[in-house]
Design a binder for this molecule. Structure first.
Ligand code: NAP
Length: 474
């Protein structure tokens, strides 16, 4: 069993009281974290505040070398980190390895991006009331950033916050998911033990009574970057006070399969988009609207592709679908399937579970107000719904409280350009699944799916730096 410890600044601390984390597939105890106190949270914030004076003054080349050093160390320990992810959250090894690779890229991207983040000059003679000056703006770090992360990408989503925040000259307090404490600890340790590290610039605290409130309501962080569910996002937004806040929240991703699409290709991609990571992805494909003329053919192709997916032991290299995170998650999925069936929906494929593993499940004959269709299901369940036209599908997609990513499969260019303009979401993908995300892209939702964008450049500009205006008069 691996033991995560707190980092109160650069100092490691443990406590007698620990919580054990079990692997969701075999229930083996794999790691533990120390239960933190309100005092630990406050101390981490105070240390970050003091350290932020140094992070702000530090030369950019040091911060870039810092991130490059961490990325290189991660590169030499890829398999170890993939195993930690699989141990804690049960993500199949093939995808855990993919997450480690993405994490390395996220850290490198953050380092390189910072070189091009700057200000620009402006002309103060543009208005009759103006006068000749030398005027420009520059970007300065906000000071202290608070990062709160979820379980489903326990490494890369930590990197998406701490790498841009540190490279732009901030100190960071991280509160990772209780389901994956060792992922966060192991990555933080690489940062803290790097020869380029800035003393006390990164702290890690875990769950405990009063911790969340002490962190969120404190005036020390000047930005809170939160990734997680809508309900927790709503709690946080009520408590933040005057500071920047980025909320990367849940979604209910959808696609439209037009009759002009390559159905075979679309079915193959949709099986991945709906079932990867057991549907525990914020842009997991949950609703597939299909043109009525190709509905039957597409349903058959999707069922065929779904049957090919290997379900089972996440440590096995062939496994595509492993366990869900915990009992609550699988219970919710099973109840929502049962409720939908009671109201007339049918299971085309899957629907059964073995322990925490739910088979990839395709639902048909659903109604759009069923929970499995209109709420975030966060499970390997997708619904197929026939539509007469793109217009009808668009109406259904936009008639949602969420708006993270949507997609459309079509060979009709004018339909594609309409979708880009008309779909009400933070991201629109043409001819691929809405589950497609590149770490360089501006990523974040509209409506209840959140506020702000992640992706190194956008996080640095929107969250971790603020604009300072400078006017020099002669
Ligand atoms: P969650 O339950 O909302 O938890 C997220 C984080 O918030 C965890 O670290 C959690 O700590 C912490 N937290 C819980 N209550 C809190 C409070 N009152 N104040 C401050 N922090 C609090 O989410 P999850 O189950 O880990 O992750 C799944 C959700 O994240 C889904 O809704 C998914 O769509 C969303 N997500 C969104 C994106 C995106 O980029 N838009 C990406 C990934 C996931 P504990 O673990 O200790 O409870």
């Amino acid at each position: 069993m691996t033991k995560a410890k707190m980092f109160l600044g650069s100092e490691e601390k443990s406590t007698q009281n620990i919580i054990e984390v079990k692997n969701p597939f075999n229930s083996n105890v794999v790691s533990s974290y120390p239960i933190c106190s309100e005092g630990d949270a406050r101390l981490a914030l105070l240390k970050a505040k003091t350290a932020s004076v140094e992070t702000k003054k530090s030369p950019l080349h040091q911060r870039i070398s810092w991130l490059e050093d961490v990325a290189n160390k991660l590169e030499s320990n890829k398999e170890k980190f993939a195993k930690i992810i699989c141990d804690e959250v049960g993500k199949p090894m093939i995808f855990a390895r993919g997450e480690v690779n993405r994490c390395i890229e996220t850290i490198r991207l953050s380092a390189h991006t910072m070189i091009n983040i700057g200000g620009e000059s402006f002309d103060t003679t543009a208005m009759p009331s103006g006068k000749k000056t030398l005027a420009f703006f520059k970007r300065v770090p906000v000071g202290v950033a608070l990062a709160i992360t979820p379980f489903n990408f326990p490494l890369n989503l930590v990197a998406h916050k701490i790498a841009p925040a540190l490279v732009s000259g901030n100190a960071v307090v991280l509160k990772p998911s209780s389901a994956a404490p060792f992922c966060a600890y192991a990555l933080a340790k690489l940062f803290i033990q790097s020869p380029y590290s800035i003393h006390d610039a990164l702290s890690v605290v875990y769950s405990g009574e009063g911790v969340n409130d002490a962190l969120v309501a404190s005036e020390i962080p000047r930005v809170i970057s939160f990734t997680g569910s809508v309900p927790v996002g709503k709690i946080i937004i009520k408590k933040v006070g005057i500071k920047k806040v980025a909320l990367e929240l849940g979604g209910n991703a959808a696609t439209f399969i037009d009759k002009s699409a390559n159905l075979k290709e679309a079915a193959k991609k949709c099986a991945v988009g709906a079932f990867v990571n057991s549907g525990q992805v914020c842009i997991s494909l949950q609703r597939i609207y299909v043109h009525v003329e190709v509905y039957d053919e597409f349903a058959e192709l999707l069922a065929l592709e779904t049957k090919k997916l290997v379900v089972g032991n996440p440590y096995d290299d062939k496994t595509f679908i492993g366990p869900m995170i915990d009992e609550d998650a699988i219970d919710k999925a099973k109840i929502w399937i049962a409720n939908a069936k009671r109201e007339g929906a049918k299971v085309l494929e899957g629907g059964n579970n073995r322990g925490l593993i739910l088979e990839p499940t395709i639902m048909v004959d659903v109604k759009e107000d069923m929970n499995i269709v209109c709420q975030e299901v966060f499970a390997p369940i997708v619904s197929l719904i026939a539509k007469e036209s793109y217009e009808e599908a668009k109406k259904s997609m936009n008639d949602s409280e969420f708006g993270l990513q949507y997609s459309i499969f079509t060979s009709d260019l004018s339909m594609a350009t309409s979708a880009i303009d008309e779909l009400d979401a933070g991201g629109v993908v043409i001819n691929d699944i809405p589950t497609l995300r590149f770490d360089i892209q501006p990523y974040g939702g509209f409506k209840q799916s959140g506020i702000g964008k992640e992706g190194p450049r956008f996080a640095i500009e929107e969250d971790y730096t603020q604009v300072k205006s400078v006017v020099i008069c002669s």
